[in-house]
Design a protein around this ligand. Structure first.
Ligand code: SAH
Ligand code: DHB
Ligand code: MG
Length: 221
């Protein structure tokens, strides 16, 4: 199978299991119009994230890497009315587009966007004694993934689910000789996950409309 076949299957999955969704369609349209890159998770992946949060019964979710808020909306939909999602974004333009998308989706009361470099925001959250999160989705700049893992652990409790996007990158992540900084960040992240006694983890490759990539999934025990 090749990329066109993967995309056909994704389209079939979407048509079969994901009902048309105005807020999500408008989010992708507004993000494209605003010039944001189309590096959001695929629709079936977004629903997968929502399902993980529902299965976990998550009340507090942390996202690192907002973009236009597409994955944010999927995750926030898993929250109860009094739940909270904090999402971290470096680019003020992305954050502004996301804010409008999240408001259109009716989730402004549950979602807070914190603008700035995520490492600094996370350090401030840890220093301020921010309450732990039930699910953390890591999906920003890949070279910083090892740092994001440390911060996620500091903001976790037993039972927290940690998900990282893009841990395969067309298979490049499996190449120990790679000189790509993103690959180095992903590989170091995976090694740190493996070495952390508080984590039980795996990773799953994915193919589809977003190419060949994968998620790492870890549970804090
Ligand atoms: N989670 C989104 C996609 C995120 S794309 C979705 O699936 O819909 C990655 C985002 O991380 C981009 O918006 C980028 O601006 C942001 N980013 C990159 N470096 C960052 C940093 N150091 N701190 C916070 N956000 C960062
Ligand atoms: C990139 C980032 C992502 O989070 C993603 O899902 C795909 C691509 C990127 O930076 O190229
Ligand atoms: Mg991603």
């Amino acid at each position: 199978m090749s990329q066109p076949a993967w995309s056909r299957v994704d389209a079939w999955i979407e048509q079969t299991l994901l009902p048309p969704d105005e807020a999500l369609a408008a989010t992708l349209e507004a993000s494209e119009d605003a010039g944001l890159p189309a590096i959001n998770v695929a629709p079936n992946q977004g629903k997968f994230l929502m399902l993980l949060a529902l299965m976990r019964g998550a009340r507090r979710i942390l996202e690192i890497g907002t973009l236009g808020g597409y994955s944010t909306i999927w995750l926030a939909r898993a929250l109860p009315a009094e739940g909270r999602l904090v999402t971290l974004e470096f680019d003020p333009h992305h954050a502004e587009v996301a804010r409008a998308n999240i408001a259109r989706a009716g989730l402004a009361d549950r979602v807070e966007i914190r603008v700035g470099p995520a490492r600094a925001t996370l350090a401030a959250m840890i220093a301020a004694g921010e309450a732990p999160f039930d699910l953390v989705f890591i999906d920003a700049d890949k070279p910083n993934n090892p740092h994001y893992l440390d911060a996620a652990l500091a903001l976790s409790h037993a039972g927290t689910v940690i998900v990282a996007d893009n841990v395969v990158r067309d298979g490049r992540a499996a190449d120990p000789a790679s000189t790509d900084e993103s690959v180095a960040g992903i590989r170091r992240f995976m090694e740190k996950v493996a070495a952390e006694p508080r984590l039980v983890a795996t990773a799953i490759q994915t193919v589809g409309s977003k190419g060949h990539d994968g998620f790492a999934l870890a549970l804090v025990v």
